[in-house]
Design a protein around this ligand. Structure first.
Ligand code: TXA
Ligand code: MG
Length: 318
C-alpha cells in the first residue's frame, strides 16, 4: 500500500533522498521527483511507462528559482510569470546545464511552472531543486484529479502521496513558449488563449504539435472507447452497446439516466473542466457502460481546452 497523507516534511525528505512523491496541484496530480537528478527522473519515466521523447514540466515555488536553471527570462515570459504564477501556466525557457537532458528529452529548452496549491508550494519552498512532475497516470490514460485516481494507476513505486483533495481546475496547465519572440501555445489548458492575449498580444496556437515531443494522438484516454459527435446519431449507431453519455449540462432521452454523467448542471465551463477527468474515471468503473459518447463544447475559452482533451482521448473513427 502506498502511504497517503498531508505530511509536508515527509514529502520534502523523500524528494531530497531522490524518491518519487505524488504532489497535488490545482490542475491535476503530478508524479514528482528531483528534476536535476537523472536517476530520479528515470524512475518517473519507468513508472509511468512514458516514452523517452516526452519532456517533463519542472515545478518551483517562484520565478526567482527558475533563474538558476535557464539562460535568460524573455520579457514576455516575465510578464506572464508575474501575472499568472502561481497558476496553471507552464512557460518554456532555454535551459542551462543544471537540468539534465533526460528531464527535457534532449531538448535545449525546459518547461517551468509554479503551481497554485498551498501544500505543494510549502514542499517546493523547502527544496533547493525543481520537482519534475508529469501527470500521475500511466502514459496515455486519464490524468488524475484525486488521490483515488492516482492509486487506480499505481500500486507500487511511489514513496509518498501528498493528499490535496480534489483538484480545483481539473485540466492541465496551458503551455506557452517563444520562438523568435513570438508567443506560441504548445498545449491548451486551464489558462485561456483569450486571457493570455490581454497581456502579451497575439498568441499563435501550435498546429504542427503532433510532431512535437509529447504531442501524441491518443492521450487522456479511458479504457472504454470514447466517441465524439452528434449524441442522437451516436446513440443510433451504437444501439447494441451499453452506452454512457458524458453530458455538458443536461441528460438525454436516448439512454437510461443512470448511464449519463453531467459535467455542469449550471452550464459552467469551469465546473465542466473540474469534472471532466473524474467523470471519465467513473465511466471506466461502471459495469453498465461499455462505450462512452460525448459531443464537443462551444469552441472558445475553456471550451477550447475541453475540446482538445476530448478529441485527443476519443476514437478517431467515431
Ligand atoms: O498541469 C500540468 O501541467 C500538470 C501538473 C502536474 O503540473 N503536468 C502535466 O505534465 O500535465 P505532463 O507530463 O502530463 O505534460 C507535460 C507536457 C509534455 O507532454 C510536453 O508536451 C510539454 O509538457 N513540454 C515539456 N517540456 C517541454 C518543452 N521544453 N518544450 C515543449 N513542450 C514541453
Ligand atoms: Mg499527462
Amino acid at each position: 500500500m502506498i502511504k497517503i497523507g498531508k505530511d509536508i516534511a515527509k514529502a520534502v525528505q523523500k524528494l531530497k533522498k531522490g524518491g518519487i512523491v505524488v504532489i497535488p496541484t490545482e490542475t491535476v496530480y503530478g508524479l514528482g521527483a528531483n528534476a536535476t537528478r537523472t536517476e530520479s527522473v528515470k524512475k518517473i519515466f519507468k513508472l509511468k511507462k512514458r516514452p523517452k521523447n516526452d519532456p517533463l514540466i519542472c515545478h518551483v515555488n517562484s520565478l526567482d528559482k527558475v533563474r538558476n536553471y535557464v539562460k535568460n527570462i524573455p520579457k514576455n515570459a516575465q510578464i506572464l510569470a508575474e501575472k499568472f504564477w502561481p497558476g496553471p501556466l507552464t512557460i518554456i525557457f532555454e535551459k542551462n546545464n543544471l537540468i539534465p537532458d533526460i528531464t527535457t528529452s534532449n531538448l535545449t529548452s525546459v518547461a517551468f511552472r509554479v503551481p497554485k496549491k498551498k501544500i505543494t508550494l510549502k514542499v517546493l519552498e523547502n527544496l533547493s531543486f525543481p520537482v519534475a512532475a508529469p501527470s500521475a497516470n500511466i502514459f496515455g490514460y486519464i490524468s488524475p484529479t484525486s488521490t483515488h485516481h492516482v492509486t487506480d494507476n499505481f500500486s507500487t513505486g511511489i514513496d509518498y502521496i501528498l493528499e490535496g483533495g480534489n483538484c480545483s481546475l481539473g485540466i492541465e496547465s496551458t503551455i506557452i513558449g517563444f520562438e523568435n519572440n513570438i508567443p506560441i501555445i504548445y498545449r491548451l489548458g486551464s489558462t485561456t488563449l483569450e486571457v493570455l492575449e490581454k497581456y502579451i498580444g497575439k498568441v499563435k496556437i501550435d498546429n504542427i504539435s503532433e510532431n512535437l515531443p509529447g504531442s501524441f494522438k491518443n492521450h487522456y484516454s479511458p479504457s472504454k472507447k470514447l466517441f465524439i459527435g452528434n449524441i442522437k446519431k451516436l446513440c443510433e449507431k451504437f444501439s447494441k452497446n451499453k452506452v454512457g453519455i458524458l453530458c455538458f449540462d443536461k441528460k438525454y432521452q436516448y439512454v437510461e439516466k443512470e448511464n449519463q454523467i453531467i459535467l455542469s448542471e449550471r452550464s459552467s465551463m469551469l465546473e465542466a473542466c473540474k469534472n471532466l477527468y473524474s467523470s471519465l474515471y467513473k465511466f471506466d468503473n461502471m459495469d453498465n457502460v461499455d462505450i462512452i459518447i460525448s459531443s464537443l463544447m462551444p469552441n472558445s475559452f475553456l471550451g477550447k481546452s475541453i475540446n482538445d482533451r476530448l478529441i485527443k482521448s476519443a476514437e478517431k473513427d467515431g
